[in-house]
Ligand binder design. Structure first.
Ligand SMILES: [Fe+2]
Length: 284
């Protein structure tokens, strides 16, 4: 880190990180939770953003190493969070590009060298639709926005995938339903909700709030579940839910997608994760 790296919004985020957040997020907790979810041999892993804290070049290197430790882009998908584009500067854009293989549509036999959102990653009859809500915001803000171009493309993707009866799993970092953080919400959530109301989706996943949450958005054939996952890395006693990961199962059953969820919560090093909740998210 160089002093010149902090002559901008990053300075205030660094104050928050060094003064408070570094005592909340813990590498040992993260490592333990990773071991826990890898042991369940998931078909696919979806990371809902904020891989970095301050968008520093060295953090993107570590973020990529961490993604690689989870698996290859065949089995791992990630989307960016607000911390991953704290500054809309060349360094941050290039840093994000390092993760392009995990944040883009599959290209047979070719390395991904560009980021275009939304991207689609299809696995059997499931399609992961990755969006970016990462924008540079004023000091003290952490809001997100999809923008018109992404929303336009999302309409087409949802429409086409819906006609194929694919299980459409939409991922975006900021919550598109439920309470919004003051100065930290999704700016175009109403426009997003209109798209879901018209074209539907089977499941919408987000991060950002550091709390597990379940809301719904109206879809053309019934409510669409919107799930938020708590941070993976929070250690106990810090005022936030302890590290969590969500385990989803999807099945095509009697002409509809049936989705179930188990929430795993950190309970101490070498202790089995707690089954925090188990529920069925029936999709119409
Ligand atoms: Fe965030």
């Amino acid at each position: 880190m160089r002093p010149a790296d902090f002559l901008n919004k990053r300075f205030f985020s660094a104050l928050s990180w060094f003064g408070k957040r570094r005592f909340i997020h813990n590498k040992a907790v993260t490592d333990y939770m990773v071991k826990d979810f890898l042991s369940s041999t998931p078909d696919h892993i979806l990371v809902t953003g904020d891989l970095t804290n301050l968008s520093l070049p060295c953090e993107y290197d570590r973020a990529l190493e961490w993604l690689q430790s989870l698996g290859t882009p065949d089995t791992v998908t990630a989307i960016p969070g607000n911390h991953d584009l704290l500054l809309d500067a060349t360094g941050a854009q290039n840093g994000l590009l390092q993760n392009a293989a995990y944040m883009s549509t599959d290209k047979a036999g070719k390395a991904n060298t560009a980021l275009t959102f939304p991207f689609c990653k299809r696995r059997k009859n499931v399609v992961f639709i990755g969006l970016s809500t990462s924008i540079e915001t004023p000091i003290g803000w952490c809001s997100g926005r999809l923008g018109e171009m992404q929303r336009d493309r999302l309409r087409h993707i949802l429409d086409e995938a819906g006609r194929e009866n694919l299980c459409r799993i939409v991922a975006l970092h900021h919550p598109p339903a439920g309470p919004q953080k003051k100065r930290g919400g999704l700016e175009d959530l109403d426009a997003f909700a209109k798209i879901i109301a018209e074209y539907g989706a089977e499941l919408i996943l987000h991060g950002h709030t550091h709390h597990p949450s379940l809301h719904t958005l109206p879809g053309p054939e019934g409510p669409v579940p919107v799930l938020g996952v708590a941070s993976l890395s929070v250690q106990p006693g810090k005022g936030y839910p302890e590290g969590c990961w969500h385990e989803y199962e999807v099945h095509w059953h009697e002409d509809k997608w049936v989705i179930s969820l188990i929430i795993h919560r950190y309970a101490g090093i070498n202790a089995p994760t707690i089954l925090a909740a188990q529920m069925l998210l029936n999709s119409a």
